[in-house]
Ligand binder design. Structure first.
Ligand code: 6GU
Length: 244
């Protein structure tokens, strides 16, 4: 997968050289290219923003600079374009799965009050463009949101996760555990500061372990995210689930 990121703070993306994503880049599974938006500014001050039409606080990112930057980065190609913004559609595991299936993604990071809307209109007629939010809070810019999205997408790429099963059992992953939060996990020693590992996990009985894990997932979901339970279709709830 090729990933282009345009930002006025390329230093934000240093973490993409580390861990799973860093390894995927070394192997060539991921080709990440980070671009400095100011390289496409024309004046000596490398200006990328201006005051908003209609008045109001803050600054808006200029369309000309963005247009030249995006044109140069995409050439004749057609990446799917993602614009991080708190007013975008929600970033979910489902969207991460969908984006992991793309060959080429372009992230356009806005700062200040955002990018002049005509940039999204212009490329929306040439590329698939999505404005995407990672949650209901406001960040100072799209950079951290892009880090979040790239990590969520990158770990779904073939060969990026050490253990392929890890992605299957994820909270929010499709399948029987969809919309259930993962329950608690334990490793050795069996007793630590008087806290014991639940006996069923030491039993070696795979059926009982699976049942216990599902019960724990259901209890945790009811306790911390009850609204997720409503999303579970009745067919995926078994008789035992209902007794819980
Ligand atoms: Cl994608 N960008 C910014 N600036 N703030 C956010 C966000 C994105 N998602 C939630 N808050």
């Amino acid at each position: 997968m090729r990933l282009d990121i345009i930002s006025i703070f390329p230093e934000y993306f240093a973490p993409l050289g580390v861990s799973l994503i860093g390894k995927a880049r070394e192997r060539g599974t991921l080709d990440v290219r980070v671009h400095q938006l100011r390289d496409w500014a024309h004046d000596v001050h490398k200006t990328v923003d201006d005051t908003p039409y209609g008045g109001g606080p803050g600054m808006v990112m200029k369309p000309e600079v963005w247009g030249e930057a995006i044109d140069d980065v995409i050439g004749d190609g057609g990446p799917r374009m993602i614009v991080p913004t708190p007013s975008g559609r929600p970033f979910t595991q489902e969207l991460a799965q969908e984006l992991a299936g793309e060959e080429w993604l372009l992230f356009a990071c806005g700062r200040y009050e955002g990018i002049d809307s005509r940039v999204m209109a212009e490329y929306g007629s040439r590329l698939r463009v999505d404005e995407v939010s990672i949650g209901d809070y406001v960040l100072a810019g799209g950079e951290v949101a892009v880090l979040v999205m790239v990590e969520a997408i990158g770990r779904l790429l073939p060969g990026v996760l050490g253990n392929v099963r890890s992605a299957v059992d994820d909270s929010f992953a499709p399948g029987a555990m969809r919309n259930l939060l993962e329950g608690p996990v334990y490793t050795k020693p069996p007793v630590w500061r008087g806290h014991e590992v639940p006996e069923v996990l030491l039993s070696g009985h795979h059926g009982k372990v699976a049942r216990w894990r599902r019960d724990q997932a259901l209890r945790r979901t009811v306790a911390t995210r009850p609204e997720l339970l409503a999303e579970i279709d009745a067919e995926t709830l078994d008789k035992h689930d209902r007794r819980l």
